[in-house]
Ligand binder design. Structure first.
Ligand code: IMP
Length: 426
């Protein structure tokens, strides 16, 4: 029995969805612990592609209970749309008996999205996903948020929503937006509540029960370490705790319950939105990598910025997530590049840095290391020995520089295209 956290080690989009789906084969419960519909997990099973944003990636397995944890911010409209898609695909039955929405999770309301969009059209834009994530977390911290439990008590809903909207009116007006119609908003929420309220409960009971009976539990991170509100590239970050430190409270367990943390990294780096990116490639190279790796946002369709693997970022991820092991994804995409490169340190004002600084990341000079590249199709490799020697040497160098073992190597989007070197659940 193990409780395992899966966390992004870079700027998100590392392929967490595929790894969670894979690990869920031996888990009884999968819980998302933070973020909302800003995440987009692309799952490919039997060649069929599904993008999910709120429900944990374990949903495409037949049995695990899927928990939307207390640390999340949930857009009810997106949730219902996603559940309907999953039902239509046959991934879950219409009774939704496997889905649990934490009573303590906060709701993303339409005016959160309006504020996010208006802000993003102005000078202070940071390239958010415009899903209302920041404003919803602002409400949570300001202690005026509307929570999933409020959908269970429709009579009290109107007063809560009205107070919430009132708090936003000055901001909406200052940004040139229109005041939301509270009556219509509440009517829609009551309608959505008819389907969502039956799923709402104290989600921690499910996790604790699983722990008691010795079942495996997965806590699924969204976004990536460098987007963490405390340790990311502030202010170009998301508004929640992405790190494994947030997995316990955001999922519904205690820190001492966690047995292992798996950090997911691509064999290179991508980023969407603004902010510093030391290992970013020149556009000609980036375009080649973007095409080869299909690097376009799952939620927004935005072309992702592309760069070489950044070891200081991974060292940061190892330190702040307490990574037990790495899962390296998209190794196949680097086939045909010669040499392959990685950033092993930064220089800032004459000093060598092993990890990203709190400020000045936009000014660092990356220190590159080159290794001979490999060619050929890696997508059919199924064991460590199947990989070209140079690809193995690349992984081993990453392990050496990060002091963390690569337990999983992924060579394609499908479940089968995976090399497992070490068991995650022990
Ligand atoms: P927000 O989370 O929509 O507020 O966006 C804040 C920053 O996080 C922006 O740079 C987004 O592009 C980035 N971001 C949020 N969610 C994801 C994700 O799932 N993958 C990659 N980047 C993300």
């Amino acid at each position: 029995m193990s409780i395992v956290v899966v966390v992004g080690a870079q700027w998100g989009d590392e392929g967490k969805g595929k790894i969670v789906d894979l690990l869920t084969a031996s888990a009884a419960v999968v819980a998302r612990y933070g973020g909302g519909a800003n995440a987009g997990h692309t799952l490919v099973v039997g060649g069929q592609k599904t993008v999910i944003r709120l429900v944990p990636s374990g949903v495409l397995r037949a049995t695990p209970t899927c928990v939307l944890g207390p640390g999340m911010v949930i857009d009810p409209a997106v949730l219902l749309e996603e559940l309907d898609t999953l039902i239509a695909r046959g991934a879950m039955d219409a009774s939704l008996s496997r889905v649990i929405v934490s009573d303590r999770a906060h709701l993303v309301l339409p005016h959160h999205m309006v504020v996010d969009r208006l802000r993003e059209s102005g000078a202070g834009a940071i390239g958010t996903t415009k899903r209302g994530i920041g404003p919803a977390y602002e409400d949570k911290v300001a202690r005026r948020g509307v929570r999933a439990i409020d959908l269970v008590y429709p009579n009290e809903l109107e007063a809560k929503v009205r107070a919430n909207v009132d708090a936003w009116l000055p901001t909406i007006r200052a940004l040139g937006g229109e005041a939301p119609d509270v009556g219509a908003l509440v009517a829609t929420l009551r309608e959505q509540a008819r389907r969502i309220a039956p799923l709402v409960r104290d989600a921690s009971d499910v996790l604790h029960d699983a722990k008691k009976r010795g079942a495996n539990v997965l806590l699924e991170g969204a976004q990536g370490t460098m987007l963490d509100i405390d340790h990311g590239t502030y202010p170009h970050v998301t508004s929640s705790t992405v790190l494994s430190g947030g997995a316990a409270s955001g999922g519904g367990l205690a820190p001492t319950d966690i047995d292992r943390v798996v950090g997911i990294t691509k064999a290179y780096t991508t980023r969407v939105g603004g902010g510093p990116f030391p290992s970013e490639m020149a556009e000609v190279e980036a375009e080649r990598l973007r095409k080869a790796g299909g690097e376009f946002g799952a939620v927004t369709g935005r072309p992702r910025r592309c760069g070489w693997l950044d070891i200081p970022v991974l060292r940061h991820a190892v330190r702040f997530n307490g990574l037990s092991m790495l899962a390296i994804t998209k190794l196949d995409v680097l086939s045909g590049w010669d040499p392959v490169r990685m950033v092993v340190a930064y220089e800032l004002d004459g000093r060598r840095l092993e990890r990203p600084p709190a400020t000045g990341l936009d000014r660092v000079v990356p220190v590159y290391e080159e290794m001979p590249g490999w060619s050929g199709d890696l997508t059919t490799c199924r064991s460590w020995g199947d990989l070209p020697a140079r690809a193995r040497a690349f992984i081993e160098r990453v392990e050496q520089l990060t002091e963390c073992q690569a337990a999983i190597v992924s060579v394609g989007p499908d479940r089968e295209q995976t090399i497992i070197r070490q068991s995650v659940f022990g």
